[in-house]
Design a protein around this ligand. Sequence first.
Ligand code: ARG
Ligand code: ZN
Length: 875
Amino acid sequence: PLIRLEDYRPSDWLIDTVDLDISLHPTKTRIRSQLGLRPNPAGRPGAPLVLDGDELKLVALRLDGLLIDETAYSASPQQLTLHAPPARRFTLMIDTEVDPSANTKLMGLYLSSHVYCTQCEADGFRRISYFLDRPDVMSVYTVRLEAKKLIAPVLLSNGNLVAAGDVPGGERHFAVWHDPHPKPAYLFALVGGALDVLRQTYVTAEGRSVDLAVYVEPGKADRAGWAMDCLVRCMRWDERVFGRNYDLDVFNVVAVSDFNMGAMENKGLNIFNDKYVLADPLTATDGDYASIEAIIAHEYFHNWTGNRITCRDWFQLCLKEGLTVFRDQEFSADERSRAVKRIADVRTLRTTQFSEDAGPLAHPVRPRAYKEINNFYTPTVYEKGAEVIRMLKLLVGEAAFRAGMDLYFERCDGTAATIEDFLACFAETSGRDLTHFARWYEQAGTPTIVASGRYDAAARSYTLDLAQKTAPTPGQPEKQPVVLPVALGLVGRSGDLPLATDSPAYAGAGLIVLDQPSLSVTFSDVGEPPIPSLLRGFSAPVRLELDLADGDLLRLFSSDSDPFNRWQAWQTVAMRALVEAGREPAQLEALRATGRALAEGLSDFLRDQAPADPAFAAQVLRLPAMGDVAREIGRDVDPDAIQAAHRALSTEIGLRLGPQLLELREKLGGSAPYSPDAASAGRRALRNEALGLIALASPQEGARLCEAQFAAGDNLTDRLAALAAMTLVPGEAREALIARFAKTYAAEPLVLDKWLMAQALIPEASTLDRVRELMQHPAFSMGNPNRIRALIGGFAANLTQFNRTDGTGYAFVAEMVIALDRTNPQVASRLLSSFKSWRMLEPGRRTLAQGRLAQVAATPNLSRDVADIAERTLA
Ligand code: ARG
Ligand code: ZN
């Protein structure tokens, strides 16, 4: 069934208290749930009580302690209905039984490598017990857990521990947890298992002492230190920047090895994919350290943006996700380099969200309808949702933004809120009408700003013409203009020129607000022809069409005061060359010429500026992603041509800069022991970008360097970079390094995931066979989402091999989707969304991809997850 935003109505019943008594058992876990129910004054009087279930087995049912007559209710695996419940407060006692071992969907209660854990967002609680499984039903939970002491010495749930002890008989024990903060069922969690723990005490700014704990698989506590360090830093940051203090006596983080997504913000008991907790220099890369920092912060920040204030319904998902991504991005920016963080985030936004917005799965930040909500945990809701918050802050200004957040926390605390509730706070603190701005939540698609500038020497003025347009997306043929904050500068020979204009669109402080289809702004007193530097800091999530000469772009690259736009200028020059050669393979020669010109520009940069900011320089050396090139080309895309162009341009740069790159590597390489800090990570990033270019330009030299770097490496970052660079160079040396890597890390599944992925991404015709072979490797398992995402997801992200001209890439991924759908629909539907860009391919591939999508869609007994993605992708 299609669920629509406009059909929302309050629940007829409320559940004030939930008392759970859960007796853990690997195949027969018994759950007794006592619900304190009452009619909702805002609901329909006399309505039946309809509780959600999913594959549930009802064992017993009592109302106020008495068994209920069988005619008074009906129960199925997906529903429990009380036809005529009493019109007063009453308690319902529901006994269910579930099999955690058989739960391969990893939603609800399941066993992950001998650890009992739960995942209830969005609708997993109904796989544990019948419930009003909707986020606007908030209850106070008390949870008694019982299990065998040997199997589950650790028993955790939300809130504070209030009792624990042995059960008579000696074999089993129990723990009782109480969470005083009312919460929706999706924030419920439990964990039971044999886990090691790292502990630390934290005192909040308000003076509350909090016991922090990070639980990990036995023997891995020495890998929990970074996560703990991140947790302490982000708790402090939220106090300082948003005035938010923690509100319980304990905060637990648990790492499990089988998890459908990154992590989950269950109240006081965050559960993580272990990939985003465990770190030490030999088993985690700099990128992992940064992701752990971001995700620990993200889940912690949800305590206020998500938990204390939750969502009225799942259409409001971006209320907590977009806002919390914004908060975690700001945290990382403050802890690291703001400019580099912004560049990295924009890269991700473009490759994941812009591609979603350009294809059949495009949807608004707040969708209007869904069949399966789990398919809407998307880059649009998360990353574009965060961009919307960033624009809001830019428009209302720092002070009104902070005041608006304060008001939001004060006014909506303890409620299940909406986007309207949120925006009202900022309208109030800024005195602005935000109705037009709110269109960002309703309209899908990436807007394009078309810009051009004219200098009038006689009048000493510069006029900027700006227009916006958004292409149609599914269900939205007509687009309206949105509110676009365009941060800008006019760059003269010696820096930014002063901006003077009486245009009402100019908001001051280098900001134009483009909220019309088009407008012009004339700046006066402009003494020289300037170069416009638009969308500084990527002030709006849009495409920009601005026809600047390469020379002007190179000047921005060398001298713009905005570091983001320096990087962007360079990317634009490279992108143009790649697009031309990607469109017209015969242009490869011209591309090499561009490569030579680019290398010259880079040479000065590498000499003069790179050593001072290696992290930034590494971002410069990395060319635009191939997927972005494909989208820029837009239609009849030939992935092989793009790959060839990408490789040719990198090779040319590598050839031209060879000696300089080697020298730079020397200069940056220290013998200091590994440290994950941003500055050290930046040096490694630059060294390793250089290594990739060298390997392409001179394979033998590259192989030698890669082998040496692998052997000498005291950290996974350098070792993996060596492997990755080597994958670009076919031959025996590569295979030897691949084998050596596997041997070195045989006992490290998370490291082998990277090894699987590096191979799945090799842009060669033999990769599909290699992937099939790797499926037989002991390191691989179809039961673990991380393994699947690494190997099969990696292959689906391999632009040339997924899009093989013989269609076998599509056939393989389709086959995997169908196989996986039987065990884990969420992972299967994620994988299927790799097809989302099929329409922009050239006709041959387009037909093949469509055929495989149709095959998936026609498969009997598909999950709702996969059926929904298949339908929408084909539509
Ligand atoms: N709320 C979690 C987070 O962003 C993610 C939960 C994803 N759930 C899902 N069913 N896809 O941190
Ligand atoms: Zn989140």
